[in-house]
Design a protein around this ligand. Structure first.
Ligand code: NAD
Ligand code: MG
Length: 406
């Protein structure tokens, strides 16, 4: 008899959009998975609720005051979860022996060190935190090799590409981030983009966009930062960089096509003229279920795709002149070294200024462009050098933002 061994899961960023989808999939398979570690930033009530419900051994709040508040409430009702805080706590949550599977779903550079720690600890790493691989692709792959674990891409495009590879290449991608195109027949990767909420608009029509308009994505329900990235198309730019690292494919062999229905999640082109695609309803639970169970398939709670209801699949090219962020990302990828970390840092600062301080939507691309033009990129020596570059870019972007807001 095949007895299933329950695998323990750490969900980093448990209170977010991806975190919630992951917990939903896990709850459908109590015999296979147990949630043992949870992390969040400041969402005290949401974390307390999750701890009462799931009783993880460890709960980490990045913010120390929030950790105190969670600890107090859990002590009051006898919930036994240990509560820790800060970046040390996040790294422990990612790397200690309370889990075999780590879901990296913190948003932004804040997730970098825990993602690296999970890779180095040899976990099965389900990577949603794309900013980590954009900033530190080579370091993350080195940590993965050192730890001997596996990386399963959760971003829907990369998960689709992974699904369109034969098992042998999947194993290579999961262990070493390398699907070298020389000897395996893969010639191109094609990432699909919905085009975001502003597809078809001119730059003039984007002058007075508000944060709520930018966050109203037509097909996906996501956190606010990635929603703005989708609206500027920086999300696709980050994904091109992510695909380069995950699959070892050159920038020139990665294309983007607008596909407004978000039904085809991406495609792999092979030497013989074949193109393989993965299709499904736009719901991140499919990718999460795939990452949890690979190479098996488990129920994700996602309805099967009804092709007749979808009716048609449309494709068009990206308006690169209006949505400048995509080319800024390609340029950073081609520049190499710290350039993609500089790009990511400037983008995070600019998106925050748009969401919280009234900076104009179109200024997001300007802030990134000006930051990249001002700061020379360098080879990535180590994590310290990378964090240094990140900080320099943030400071520079902050000055540009202040000038734009004055
Ligand atoms: P979200 O904003 O909904 O959730 C973010 C999570 O990270 C929350 O649990 C929050 O508490 C935590 N967090 C935020 N700041 C933190 C900090 N400084 N330190 C520690 N924890 C912090 O974001 P999301 O939409 O779930 O996205 C998470 C990641 O997944 C992002 O990198 C995003 O690009 C990627 N992703 C998301 C989707 C999606 O459909 N939402 C799809 C593909 C990839
Ligand atoms: Mg994506």
């Amino acid at each position: 008899m095949n007895v299933l061994q329950q695998r323990r899961v750490a969900v980093l960023g448990a209170t977010g959009s991806i975190g919630g989808s992951a917990l939903d999939v896990i709850a459908r398979h109590p015999q296979r998975y147990r949630v043992n570690v949870l992390t969040a930033n400041r969402s005290v009530d949401a974390m307390v609720k999750l701890c009462r419900q799931l009783k993880p051994e460890l709960a980490v709040m990045a913010d120390a005051n929030s950790a105190d508040a969670v600890r107090k409430q859990l002590e009051a009702d006898g919930t036994k979860s240990r509560v820790e805080s800060g970046s040390k706590g996040l790294i422990e949550a990612a790397a200690n022996d309370l889990s075999e599977i780590v879901i990296a779903a913190i948003v932004g550079a804040a997730g970098l060190e825990s993602t690296l720690a999970a890779a180095r600890a040899g976990k099965r790493l389900l990577l949603a935190n794309k900013e980590a691989i954009v900033m530190a692709g080579p370091l993350l792959l080195a940590a993965l090799a050192e730890g001997g674990g596996e990386l399963l891409p959760i971003d829907s495009e990369h998960n689709a590409i992974f699904q369109c590879l034969p098992l042998e290449l999947q194993q290579g991608a999961a262990r070493a981030g390398n699907v070298s195109s020389a000897d395996n027949g893969v010639t191109r990767l094609l990432l699909t983009a919905s085009g975001g909420p502003f597809r078809g608009r001119t730059a003039d029509q984007l002058e007075s966009i508000t944060p709520d308009q930018a966050c109203a994505h037509p097909n996906w329900d996501m956190g606010r930062k990635i929603s703005v990235d989708s609206a500027t198309l920086m999300n696709k730019g980050l994904e091109v960089i992510e695909a380069h690292h995950l699959f070892g494919i050159a920038a020139d062999a990665i294309d983007v096509v607008v596909h407004r229905q978000s039904i085809i999640h991406s495609l792999v082109q092979y030497r013989d003229g074949s193109m393989l695609a993965q299709l499904g309803n736009p719901d991140m639970r499919t990718a999460l279920a795939y990452g949890l169970a690979w190479p098996e398939r488990i129920d994700a709670g996602v309805a099967p795709l009804d092709l007749l209801a979808v009716g048609r699949l449309d494709f068009e090219s990206v308006d690169r002149a209006t949505f400048r962020c995509l080319d800024l990302a390609y340029a950073a990828l081609r520049a190499g070294g710290t350039a993609t970390a500089l790009l990511n840092a400037a983008n995070e600062q600019a998106v925050a200024a748009f969401l919280d301080r009234g900076m104009k939507f179109l200024d997001i691309a300007c802030v990134i462009d000006e930051t990249l033009a001002a700061i020379p990129c360098a080879p990535v020596a180590n994590l310290e050098a990378l964090l240094d570059a990140d900080l320099t870019a943030r400071r520079h972007a902050a000055r540009i933002i202040a000038a734009k807001l004055s």
